[in-house]
Design a protein around this ligand. Structure first.
Ligand SMILES: Cc1ncc(COP(=O)(O)O)c(C=O)c1O
Length: 411
């Protein structure tokens, strides 16, 4: 074999081995995780960086949850568990949903997952066939469209407007339905907008879904983080017919400051939950055993620490919203839940001579060492997402930096 032919052969072998799947090549990495990683890197290099990119409570997991996980380890509960989760945790979840939303699920209608994110991933893998369409109202949480694509489905993005508080209308939904429509994602309270759907709004959306036989994926991970006197409503609560067509996604990450533990759940029709459990049995095997015992303590214990965290978020919302909405060139709807502001900064960016809000965000990080997430990753290119899961002092300093940056760039 000549050297040329040999090299060609070796190169082809290497190329083939190293070439990535089309699935992964088309994947957009999570912009929120990327910003957080960049902010941490800059901090490690000694820069005075404030990171408002991260989507997690800044509080530590309450002690009684940590103790329960330690106890589980001491007792040797460190082995594989059932793929769908330990029975006592499923029972505790069923009880919690009953108390919170007056919904009754049996344990075979519940699967414990490795975080709500994995619950959604397993669900899309379970329900989607090639070309199936999933309606996703924008602004949306960054992972929905990517997970739909990973499952071979088609994300159908429907843009909502600020005037309607970023919520999809029944008319928009009807217009988006095709004979390929399989499901819609509803996320209330919403990441990134903090908006909350009312019962009446959900009833109307539900009517369209029933009429066109559309599955509803109801992501309720911020259910407990509402700062008005409105009560969270799950679309599954509205009627038995809607419950039969809805998969509720939720978990402990945000409510109990347990993002790193990776415990979430899905509740819905038996056939779907059973298929998701088979999928889990061949992918994760089971959610981490000791984290499940921690989550069990979270659901079974009444604690002031959760109320205290909520009070702190509510306070920070008032503070930060007041400071941000007063900055010239920035407008902001007042969120009702979750822990994000989602201001429109288009005017400030344009006045500053930036072609896009993404450019504005990069310059903000470079000049003011403030990391925020551009709205483009959420399907809203005029906005930015600011997490207020940070101390009041940091929020005041962040608002000061944004104001100074805007003032330095207004021609
Ligand atoms: C809307 C929404 N759904 C799901 C998740 C995933 O939560 P978990 O940490 O339980 O995977 C997040 C996390 O940021 C989220 O914002």
């Amino acid at each position: 074999m000549s050297n040329f032919v040999l090299n060609d052969y070796i190169n082809r072998k290497v190329d083939k081995k190293m070439s990535l799947s089309e699935r992964v090549k088309n994947l957009t990495p999570s912009s929120t995780l990327a910003i957080s990683a960049l902010a941490s890197e800059l901090k490690q290099q000694g820069h005075d960086v404030i990171g408002l990119g991260v989507g997690e409570p800044d509080f530590n997991t309450p002690d009684y949850i940590i103790e329960a996980a330690k106890k589980a380890m001491d007792e040797g509960k460190t082995k594989y568990t059932a793929s769908g989760g330990i029975p006592e945790l499923k029972q505790a979840i069923a009880k919690q949903i009953k108390v919170d939303n007056d919904l009754s699920y049996s344990t075979d209608e519940i699967i414990v997952t490795s975080g709500a994110k994995h619950g959604l991933y397993a669900l899309f893998q379970t329900i989607l066939n090639p070309e199936d369409e999933v309606i996703i109202p924008a602004p949306y949480w960054v992972s929905y469209p990517e997970q739909v694509k990973l499952a071979g489905g088609k994300p159908m993005i429907i843009e909502t407007v600020e005037d309607n508080h970023f919520k999809i209308t029944p008319e928009q939904l009807v217009a988006a339905v095709t004979d390929k429509t399989k499901a819609i994602v509803i996320n209330s309270p919403s990441n990134p907008t903090g908006m909350v759907y009312s019962k009446e709004e959900l009833e109307k959306i539900g009517e369209v879904c029933l009429k066109h036989n559309i599955l509803i994926i109801s992501d309720e991970i911020y259910e407990k983080l509402i700062y008005t006197n409105e009560k969270h409503v799950s679309i599954a609560q509205i009627s038995d017919d809607l419950k039969a067509q809805t998969i509720v996604i939720n978990g402990v990450s945000k409510t109990y400051a347990m993002t790193g533990w990776r415990i979430g759940f899905a509740a819905g029709p038996k056939e779907i939950i059973k298929a998701m459990t088979s999928h889990a049995s061949q992918s994760t095997s089971n959610p981490t055993s000791i984290a499940q015992y921690g989550a069990l303590a979270a659901y079974e214990t009444e604690s002031d620490s959760i109320t205290e965290m909520n009070k702190a978020f509510s306070h920070r919302l008032e503070l930060f919203y007041t400071l941000i909405k007063e900055i010239p060139g920035i407008t902001c709807l007042k969120p009702k839940g979750a822990f994000y502001l989602f201001p429109n900064v288009k005017e400030a960016a344009t006045r500053g001579g930036f072609a896009t809000v993404d450019d504005w965000v990069s310059a903000l990080l470079e000049e003011e060492k403030l990391a925020v997430v551009p709205g483009s990753g959420f399907g809203a290119p005029n906005n930015i997402r600011l997490s207020y899961a940070a101390s009041e002092d940091l929020l005041k300093e962040a608002a000061k930096r944004i104001r100074r940056f805007v003032e330095n760039h207004s021609s």
